[in-house]
Design a protein around this ligand. Structure first.
Ligand SMILES: [Zn+2]
Length: 611
């Protein structure tokens, strides 16, 4: 899927290189209405203003499989439509500016999704419409330009049934309500690539916070999820302020909207000023511990600069989007969760890269066919190393001038390196060759420079990580050092490291009650590691059922049920009101266990008839 998309991009870019030389589309104004929703009908008009850059006899717009498409009220243009493109014929003269209005009707198979409308069992409250342009092409529902090198100022007006929220790119400037419909007018001030055009329609409430710089942060949620609002959007304002400060360039759009949707294809999508994300990230405060929106939100927010303000010219430079957003999301998380978390994640990224390398699948960061692991994780590492090398000041100065110089335009890797070299007065060709061009991972260099700075030192009170050493992550290897690791575990409050140590020690060494006194993540690692529960740890293990983590409760319930058959009723009674994540993980396990627990039958019957 990923591979196919990149190949397609490459071919289309090649073809369109000629079109962007010939014409510059400046503004688009679209009026969108919906027909029969069970038939997925969308129609409307879109008018474009464009400037001719050289004499040509035709230009085109992408429009995939439309039912109907025509040029309105303009006799000077001839046109034909071949199910992929609307080809507009005219003796276009260099320097001229034209307006064109297009009427269309479509039943898109992708990029615009109708959720629930054709399902009679689905209530109107649950029905939604939302878009996904990247990888799918907006031209499946709106005549537009697939090539991301064409940036256009899009203003959308959308008419829909009254009572639904309609959300699109930019700022809501006006809303007119008639008997049964509302028309929502959204305005954009700056241009963007067509894959970032978006809308979402559904039943929502919203709350608005403001960033330190005064940007409205509009947080949407389902009316029934008011209790999940705080945990879902926890840290949103803090992350926004951190990223604006860290990047050094003001947030480039009028507002930042976050909208959860059903059945989303990805975790989140960074449409300009409109982050559409999977509602599986809408969480209560217990689920927050194991799964939350923080990283996804930070990642899509970082895209508002890296991807939307400056957009890669082609798949070759994809890391300028995904590597940067992975890195900046991690910086935002470092501000929230601390340095240990930051280095822990970097360490994990390096392990993923190492696994890929050992499978013989390492590729250059500049290879458009690279895996997500390379684009996201290696890209992130490259920026971390680059900053370590040239220092904070030069790094921030370089990033800032790169964004300023190329804002609302397209970029390649040279554009970035040029600004970093200027800011640091360093020749980075060696760095670029080793980490960007070469397909080799150079894992040992990573390891030597970033993972081995800290030492375990003996103190009067036990064993500690040398706090005077560098702050880089130190992976603890417990093989053959089990005793040291156990002493360290009892002494340490670093939950990320402790969890890793528990995993390495394995069940035979998790033999002490005192291990259960550690934090929630360490206790979760114990639940996952210790599956055959010794009777002397039974009480400690039972206490895991009270942890505020749906993963821990699910594992502990299963292991206790399996290990202690005489107490099954007790464990089931204790957990019968717990639902778990949005996928009901605890509830589903509970129902399964209740069904196969013989003497629990009367209660299960009563309970299932209710649920
Ligand atoms: Zn991304």
């Amino acid at each position: 899927m990923k591979r196919l998309f990149l190949l397609l991009c490459f071919c289309i870019n090649f073809l369109i290189a000629q079109q962007t030389d010939a014409v510059d589309f400046k503004k688009a104004k679209a009026d969108i209405v919906f027909g029969d929703l069970t038939e997925k009908q969308v129609s409307g008009t879109i008018s474009y203003e464009f400037k001719i850059l050289k004499n040509v006899d035709s230009i085109y717009l992408d429009a995939q499989n439309f039912n109907h498409i025509e040029i309105l009220n303009n006799k000077k243009f001839r046109y034909n439509y071949n199910s992929k493109q609307l080809i507009i014929k005219h003796r276009f003269k260099k320097g001229d500016t034209h307006q064109i209005a297009i009427g269309f009707t479509a039943q898109p198979k992708k990029a615009l999704y109708f959720i629930g409308w054709d399902d009679v069992s689905s209530s109107a409250v649950e029905n939604q419409i939302w878009t996904q342009g990247q990888g799918k092409y907006t031209s499946n529902w709106l005549p537009s330009i697939d090539d991301m090198n064409e940036k256009i100022k899009f203003d959308l007006s959308i008419t829909f049934h009254k009572g639904y929220e309609v959300i699109a790119n930019g700022k809501l400037t006006n809303q007119q309500t008639n008997d049964s419909t509302s028309t929502w007018h959204y305005d954009m001030q700056n241009p963007m690539s067509s894959y970032l055009v978006a809308l979402a329609i559904g039943k929502y409430n919203k709350k608005v916070a403001y960033s330190k710089s005064g940007i409205p942060l509009e947080m949407y949620y389902y009316p029934e999820d008011s209790l999940k609002f705080e945990p879902t959007y926890r840290y949103t304002k803090q992350m926004f302020d951190v990223l604006e400060d860290e990047i050094g360039v003001p947030y480039p759009w009028q507002n930042y909207k976050m909208v959860p949707v059903k059945d989303f294809l990805y975790a989140g999508m960074e449409n300009t000023s409109l982050n559409i994300y999977s509602d599986s990230y809408v969480v209560d405060s217990i689920a927050f511990v194991d799964k939350n929106f923080v990283n996804i939100n930070a990642h899509e927010l970082a895209h508002q600069w890296f991807g939307n303000l400056v957009t890669a010219t082609s798949g070759t430079h994809h890391w300028l989007q995904e590597g940067f957003t992975t890195y900046y999301a991690l910086l935002a998380e470092k501000d929230i969760f601390g340095e240990d978390y930051y280095y822990w994640r970097l360490y994990e990224y390096a392990q993923e890269l190492k696994t890929q390398d050992e499978a013989g699948q390492s590729t250059s960061l500049l290879d458009p066919k690279s895996s997500s692991t390379t684009f996201y994780k290696k890209g992130c590492w490259v920026l971390h190393m680059l900053r370590e090398r040239i220092g904070d000041t030069a790094f921030k100065k370089g990033v800032k001038s790169y964004l300023k110089k190329h804002q609302f335009k397209n970029v390649n890797t040279d554009d970035f390196i040029t600004e970093i070299e200027k800011a640091s007065s360093e020749d980075l060709s060696g760095f670029v060759n080793k980490w960007l061009v070469s397909s080799e991972l150079h894992y040992n260099d990573l390891k030597k420079r970033f993972f081995t700075h800290k030492a375990i030192v003996k103190t009067k009170n036990g064993i500690k990580i040398d706090s005077t050493a560098s702050t880089s992550y130190y992976p603890i290897n417990c093989e053959g050092h089990e005793q040291i690791c156990k002493v360290f575990l009892l002494d340490s409050n670093d939950s990320f490291r402790n969890a890793k140590i528990v995993e390495q020690l394995g069940e035979e060494h998790i033999s002490k009650s005192t291990f259960f006194t550690k934090d929630i993540k360490t206790r979760q690692a114990i639940a996952q590691t210790l599956t055959d529960i010794p009777s002397e740890l039974k009480t400690d293990y039972e206490s895991l059922l009270n942890d505020k983590s749906y993963i821990t409760i699910e594992i502990a319930l299963f292991n206790l049920w399996r290990n202690f058959p005489d107490d099954r009723t007790k464990y089931l009674n204790q957990t019968k009101t717990i639902i778990g994540f949005n996928d009901k993980n605890v509830r589903i396990l509970w129902l399964t266990l209740a069904l196969i627990t013989e003497d629990y039958e009367p209660i299960i019957k009563q309970s299932t008839s209710k649920s």
